[in-house]
Write a new protein. Structure first.
Length: 286
């Protein structure tokens, strides 16, 4: 068998590496450097190396509230996506191939629609005079509209709608690695469907749930279009705050500092979560 030439491997990966450096690493480095610049309403942006922008964000309760809201929304979206996505993935796994393709297309449908169109659709549904409130009031179930638009609840609902497919795909991939004989063995010993799911299927699907949670959390924490449209000026998250600093107040250095703090915070959460999961698995299976 011919040996692989390391130099040839590096040359083959060079275009992808160059694209990665140009589109991801370079903008991040530029944003990081920009976060140390200073901004004045009369002088504009001036090159410097100053930690004032980070100090302003870390010491201001206004930004603390925004970061807390962002991560609470991301946690809520992740938890709901796991609760909804895991049974969906199991049902999809047990389906026949003829129906599986159709249901999979329905699950992935939200990803095929523009994020702006999808979010505007949710604004129509959850508004004070939207379809949901008008229907509930028409049925006599509520006396006044439920306030969902421009709230964290409305943002969570819309984000769950689009991020559940990521959880379903991750769990579905994990279920394909399990041995179907374990379910048959449990059934032959008299276990019910609920017992089989919680004692046999769920533990084997846990790696998919954990990896899907990482994906959903990171996407929810950094989401912009959905919080911007459904949250408006009342319910701001970190991404919309960065947008305001760049395009409304024109304080690019402060916006860059907020963006870098969001990146660091998300990375810390993901790495800590991954470390915790690895330790738990080492205790259980080690």
């Amino acid at each position: 068998m011919a040996e692989t030439n390391p130099r040839a491997a590096y040359l083959l990966s060079a275009p992808a590496l160059a694209l990665f450096l140009a589109l991801i690493v370079a903008p991040l480095v530029m944003t990081f450097l920009l976060s140390f610049y200073v901004f004045g309403f009369y002088t504009g942006i001036e090159p410097a190396f100053d930690l004032k922008n980070y100090a302003d964000v870390l010491s201001d309760g206004y930004f603390h509230e925004i970061f807390a809201r962002t991560f609470l929304i991301a946690l809520a979206v992740t938890a709901i996506a796991a609760v909804l996505g895991t049974p969906e993935a199991y049902i999809l796994y047990r389906m026949r191939s003829a129906w599986r393709s159709l249901i999979l297309l329905a699950i992935l449908g939200p990803l095929l629609i523009s994020v702006v169109v999808r979010t505007l659709g949710w604004a129509i549904l959850i508004g004070n005079k939207g379809v949901i409130n008008e229907t509930l009031m028409g049925l006599g179930l509520i006396a006044s509209p439920i306030r969902l638009l421009y709230t964290s609840t409305g943002i969570v609902i819309a984000l769950v709608h689009v991020l559940v497919p990521f959880m379903v795909i991750a769990v579905w991939a994990a279920l394909h690695k399990q041995n179907p004989d374990t379910e048959r063995a449990a059934a032959s010993l008299g276990a019910g469907q609920a017992t089989i799911f919680f004692r046999i299927v769920l533990p084997q699907a846990m790696p998919g749930i954990l990896s899907g949670s990482l994906i959903v959390f990171s996407l929810a924490a950094s989401a912009f279009a959905t919080p911007a449209i459904l949250g408006g000026r009342r319910t701001k998250v970190v991404a919309t705050t960065v947008y305001d600093e760049f395009l409304n107040t024109l304080n690019w250095p402060l916006g860059a500092a907020i963006a870098m703090l969001l990146l660091v915070a998300v990375l810390v959460v993901l790495l800590s979560y991954n470390r915790f999961v690895e330790r738990r698995y080492a205790q259980v299976f080690g």
